[in-house]
Design a binder for this molecule. Structure first.
Ligand code: GNR
Ligand code: NI
Length: 169
């Protein structure tokens, strides 16, 4: 197992639209395990493959209270098949957008179809925080960051802050 480097904004790879996993071979299993370890190491509730430089449709997450159990969920080739309602999420954060949080307009509930780590199809119907995390991670697999879903004014303020920070390095 390995802890992977997390790409951060403005890394262009975060805009990658990922490719479906064709078969769950050894390299996919290893990537999933490394992504999980990387997520726990960084105290994230979820992690998508693009964040660690892979262009595969893979995400992991753990929204349970008992994170020490490391019973994470894996979704391969996830797709939101329907969504309902509006939900202003609690302040979202992202391991690829360090030191920034914002409320994001999300759907209240989603139905997600995916494959589990064994390649078995599964359907998840969920709402609120669980639905927000799924929307956040599936966005990553489509090259979208939560700052793409806030007001352009807020986004520009964040971008300016990052530019200034990079210049001073
Ligand atoms: O750790 C994370 N917290 C979080 C909080 C609110 C909404 C979404 C998230 S996901 C984030 C980890 C991450 O960047 N996943 O892509
Ligand atoms: Ni994120």
């Amino acid at each position: 197992m390995a802890i992977l480097n997390i790409l951060t904004y403005p890394d262009k790879f975060l805009k990658t639209i990922t490719e479906p996993v064709e078969n769950i071979d050894e390299s996919v299993v290893k990537l999933i395990e490394d992504m999980a370890e990387t997520m726990y190491e960084n105290s994230g509730v979820g992690l998508a493959a693009t964040q660690v430089g892979s262009d595969k449709k893979i995400l992991v997450y753990d929204i349970s209270a008992e994170r020490e159990k490391k019973e994470y969920q894996v979704l391969i080739n996830p797709e939101i098949v329907s969504s309902e309602g509006e939900y202003l999420s609690e302040e979202e954060g992202c391991l690829s957008v360090p030191e920034y949080r914002a409320n994001v307009k999300r759907s209240l509930s989603v139905v997600v179809k995916a494959l589990d780590r064994n390649g078995q199809p599964l359907t998840i119907e969920t709402e609120e925080l669980h639905a927000v995390v799924l929307q956040h991670e599936i966005d990553h697999l489509n090259g979208i960051l939560f700052i793409d879903r806030i007001s352009s004014l807020k986004r520009e303020i964040y971008k300016r802050r990052v530019k200034k920070h990079l210049k001073n390095k």
